[in-house]
Design a protein around this ligand. Sequence first.
Ligand SMILES: Nc1nc2c(ncn2[C@@H]2O[C@H](COP(=O)(O)OP(=O)(O)OP(=O)(O)O)[C@@H](O)[C@H]2O)c(=O)[nH]1
Length: 231
Amino acid sequence: MVYLIESVVVDVCSPTPTPSARPPIISADPAATAVQFPAPKVSDGSVGKSALTVRLLTRRFIGEYGDIESIYSRSFMVDGREITLNIWDSPYSEVRGHEFKRVQWADGFVLVYSICDRASFNSVSRLIQTIKSIKDYLNVGKVPIVIVGNKRDLHHRRTVQSEEGRLLALTTDCHFYEVSAAENYHSVLMVFHGLVDRMKDSKSATKRPLGFKGIVKSMSAVFARRRIDSL
Ligand SMILES: Nc1nc2c(ncn2[C@@H]2O[C@H](COP(=O)(O)OP(=O)(O)OP(=O)(O)O)[C@@H](O)[C@H]2O)c(=O)[nH]1
């Protein structure tokens, strides 16, 4: 699942949520992952969540987007296996009071701000804390989060420097991209691929405990390495 927030949030893999916690999903594929785009806003919104989603799905930038809440599905081949992302794009007003449910639903997050809108950037750290606290409460390990500074083409109106986004990502253990949904499809694709990679990493990091055989194997590997080191 991918969840887009005022900053864009993308979520790719999720633990199976309870039916009541999960919004309707378009894809009929049971192996599908869901992508949500909610927008908790402090700014005037309109950071480009819909534009990013539509770019990803159609390769096009159409300029104006309605504020109808939608869940989109898109399939990707990852390591030779098809996965389906469900992307939830909801207008900001719809998001308030539903953060817990949506964070619970999503497996990965794309937090989107506009480089011309300082308030939207300021809301990103708050969102990261909110997401991490909810996932902690739910006992979920590492949360895949990608921070996206959108509207890069409007550099003459920039109020948030790239370094600020990069630093925030570094200090919060997130990935960072600056893109223009208006000008570039490939950078948008990179965002979603980056999220999927992080989701894969966090899934393998929370894999089941080793078990007796696994422990013996790991210990043998460590001792074998020591023997090699001492040669
Ligand atoms: N110049 C420029 N304009 C953009 C870009 N992305 C989106 N926009 C414009 O910004 C406005 C808002 O885009 P949306 O995609 O509707 O933003 P949103 O975050 O989904 O907005 P809400 O649904 O209101 O939360 C539209 O007029 C878009 O054409 C971009 O990369 N560059």
